[in-house]
Each structure stands twice: as structure tokens, then as C-alpha cells.
Ligand binder design. Structure first.
Ligand code: PLP
Length: 411
């Protein structure tokens, strides 16, 4: 009776959304066993790992089974052979100079975006865009930064930056004084991206207000338009104010394989209690070396193969495939008069529900009338109410079929 729990966990809203979706779909399928339900709610890739990646993955596993090539613990920060490929391919061509020890390999952007808050004080004010990838919110609640949830569905200690039809899903700069700002572009769930000019406003805001941006670039590979930055460091001065998260999940199908990286530039500073600047790079290094033992060698070898010419060709084919689906979704929904966002630089399409339906009403309508499952926008935050997320992660055939069915509905 004396072990106390971390009561912040009790403040978390139960993540009912995906359970509720599963429940409603199960119930529907039981009542309509012949209905061929198409799932367009998933945020997981569906195409397999590139062959070039699998080949290196297997080779590396073989190396682990030979005495002369076996490797035990690797560097917690990742092997230089992968870090160098990331810098050479993802950053140098964009004019961004990084040293190897500014890039930390990990097993996912989920863990890194969730863990990064540990190196910051508990009294920092956190800003999040709304709707949002829930990991940013919930990890801060667990740490004690968010306080209880109000009746409006918002944690009272967080600053919400609404992204709705009214602002074309472009978040406004905060009016409050905020310290840490989570930005994710191209965005999950809205599928929208920020132009260089729009992102530069955030970098300037952070500089002027001594804030730090935590920039999640997990969907960078889906960017199609020229004026959309692939890295926040394309904006001048961003290295002084931003940490960037990348992932091999959505570009190369590593969702079940697990490899990602986080960039913490050496010039990025926080402040100690006496107001002295403290570099964040050594803090993150310390966090990782204490709590993380690195990503396995075969997985890092596999990730390196993403950058081989064959790997690049294959990942381009997969992304083109998904983006073709996105285009079909965009076109079909626009043709029947729905207002949609995203799907141009991202695999997500954010639909404004018609006729003032709420997110769940639209969910039930699509399930019942078209046998198509998506994700109610309200599950991503209060500003997601009245919106709905569809994803391009499906087969071309299913996507076409789903759109045929939806196109026959009238709203
Ligand atoms: N960041 C965003 C915005 C995501 O949508 C996701 C996964 O859906 C992740 C991070 C997780 O990436 P990873 O698979 O590298 O953990």
C-alpha cells in the first residue's frame, strides 16, 4: 500500500479512438458478414521492404553469425557508416552541414519525439498544433507538464495552436509565451505542409522568443512541391533553435523494422537555473548513452541500403505508388464536392465532414453506406472535430474501389 504511482498517468485520456474504431467495425461486420470493408484509416505502410534493403539486412545477419564479423554492442548513437549516409544524402545536398555527433540513430521517431522532453525542465510551456500526433501531448502529460484535461478536451497546461478551415490548417504563432513547440510537417493527421516562408516565421519566432522547435519530419519523403522544405535546417539559423526527427518508417517501410534518427545541433542551447546557456547535444547524448543501447547492426546495415541506387529507386516506386492513391482520393472526393486538404506532399487526406456532421457521424456513414473505414479527426485533438482522415496506405485496387463507393453517395 506504500508504492505510489506516477499519477500523471491517470490524467491521460484513454486512447479510445482506435479501440472504438475496431469495436464499431467488428460490430458492423458481425451484422453484415458479406460487407467487404476497406480500411483507409491505417497510418502504417503496406508495401514490403525494398529488395536492396532486405539483401543487406540478410548479409548483416550472416555477419553476426561468423566469429570474425560478429558485432556486440554498437555505439549508442549509431554506427558512423549510417550516420555518414544520412548526412551525405539528406543534408549535404540541401546545403546543411552536420557533424556525425549531431546525428543520433534510434529505433523510431515515436520514441525520440516522446523521449526528447526529458532533457527539458518541467516548468517549460509546451505548444502543440491541434489536431496533433498524440505522442507529443501524452509524453508531456506523463512527465507532469500538462495538468488535467478541461471540458473542452484540452489539457489545461498546454498551449493549443488550432489548425482548421479558418486558418487553412496553418497554425498561427502563439500569443502566449511558449518554450517548446512541436511542429510536424508534412503533417500527420492533416497531410498539409508548410512552405519555406511559413516555416521561416516559426524559426524567427523561436529566435526572438528563446523558444525551441521540435520538428518532426517523418513524412519528408512524400514532399512533391519545390517550395516545401525537407528539413527545418534549410531555414537560415534553424540550427540554433530546432531539433529534427527523421524516420525510415514511412519512406522505406521500416515501421516493423525500426530505424530513425534525431538531429541535435551543437549550437542549440537551453538554460540552467542560473541562466547559463547549456548545450542540448551533450544532454541528449547523455540521455541516450544511459537509457539506450543502440539499434541492432543488421537494421542499421539495412537502413544504409536505403541510400544505395537500387534502394532509392525502390523507395521512389513505393512512394509514387502511395501518392498515386492519394491523388485518386483527392480527385474523387473533390469531384463529389467535399472539401479536402493534404495528399499533395503527404499520404494523408484530411476531409472536412459535409453538412456539419461530426467526425463520428461521418465515420458511421462511410462504414454503413460505402463500407470504408477512416479515422475520425476528433481523435487527434479538439480541433479535429468535424474532420476525417483517410490514408493512401493501401492497394491501388482498394483505393479505387473505396472511392467508387464513396462517389456514389450524396451528402
Ligand atoms: N511521427 C509522426 C508524425 C508519425 O505519424 C509517426 C507514425 O505514424 C511517427 C512519428 C512514428 O515514427 P516511427 O515509426 O519512426 O516511430
Amino acid at each position: 500500500m506504500t508504492v505510489k504511482i506516477n499519477e500523471n498517468y491517470l490524467l491521460l485520456k484513454s486512447s479510445y479512438i482506435f479501440a472504438e474504431i475496431a469495436h464499431r467495425v467488428d460490430k458492423y461486420q458481425k451484422e453484415h458478414p458479406d460487407a467487404d470493408v476497406i480500411r483507409m484509416g491505417i497510418g502504417d505502410v503496406t508495401r514490403p521492404l525494398p529488395k536492396a534493403v532486405v539483401k543487406e539486412f540478410k548479409n548483416a545477419v550472416d555477419e553476426m553469425g561468423q566469429a570474425d564479423t560478429f558485432r556486440g554492442y554498437g555505439p549508442e548513437q549509431g554506427y558512423d557508416f549510417l550516420i555518414e549516409e544520412i548526412i551525405k544524402n539528406d543534408y549535404t545536398p540541401r546545403g546543411i552541414k552536420l557533424d556525425n555527433d549531431e546525428v543520433f540513430i534510434s529505433d523510431g521517431a515515436k520514441c525520440d519525439t516522446g523521449n526528447i522532453q526529458e532533457i527539458f525542465g518541467l516548468d517549460n510551456v509546451i505548444a502543440i498544433t491541434d489536431p496533433v500526433y498524440p505522442v507529443y501531448v501524452e509524453t508531456n502529460i506523463m512527465a507532469g507538464r500538462g495538468g488535467p484535461m478541461g471540458e473542452d478536451g484540452k489539457y489545461q497546461g498546454l498551449v493549443y495552436l488550432p489548425c482548421t478551415e479558418e486558418n487553412d490548417l496553418v497554425p498561427a504563432l502563439p500569443e502566449e509565451d511558449v518554450d517548446l513547440i512541436y511542429l510536424c510537417f508534412p503533417n500527420n493527421p492533416t497531410g498539409t505542409a508548410l512552405t519555406k516562408e511559413q516555416l521561416a516565421k516559426w524559426v524567427n519566432y523561436a529566435k526572438e522568443n528563446d523558444a525551441i522547435i521540435l520538428f518532426d519530419a517523418a513524412y519528408e519523403a512524400y514532399i512533391r512541391e519545390d517550395n516545401i522544405p525537407h528539413s527545418i535546417y534549410e531555414i537560415e539559423g534553424a540550427k540554433e533553435v530546432a531539433i529534427e526527427f527523421r524516420s525510415f518508417s514511412k519512406n522505406a517501410g521500416f515501421t516493423g523494422t525500426r530505424c530513425a534518427c534525431t538531429v541535435v545541433p551543437k549550437e542549440l542551447m537551453g538554460y540552467d537555473g542560473e541562466g547559463n546557456p547549456q548545450a542540448l547535444n551533450p544532454l541528449w547524448n547523455r540521455r541516450q548513452t544511459t537509457k539506450f543501447n543502440g539499434v541492432s547492426y543488421p537494421i542499421q546495415a539495412a537502413a544504409k541500403a536505403v541510400y544505395s541506387p537500387e534502394g532509392q529507386k525502390e523507395i521512389k516506386e513505393s512512394i509514387d505508388y502511395y501518392m498515386k492513391n492519394a491523388e485518386i482520393i483527392r480527385e474523387s472526393l473533390t469531384n463529389i464536392g467535399l472539401k479536402i486538404y493534404g495528399g499533395v506532399n503527404s499520404p494523408y487526406i484530411w476531409v472536412k465532414t459535409p453538412n456539419g456532421m461530426d467526425s463520428w457521424e461521418f465515420f458511421d456513414t462511410l462504414l454503413d453506406k460505402a463500407h470504408v473505414v477512416g479515422t475520425p479527426g476528433v481523435g487527434f485533438g479538439p480541433s479535429g472535430e468535424g474532420y476525417f482522415r483517410l490514408t493512401a496506405f493501401n492497394t491501388l485496387e482498394n483505393t479505387k474501389e473505396a472511392m467508387n463507393r464513396i462517389s456514389k453517395l450524396s451528402f
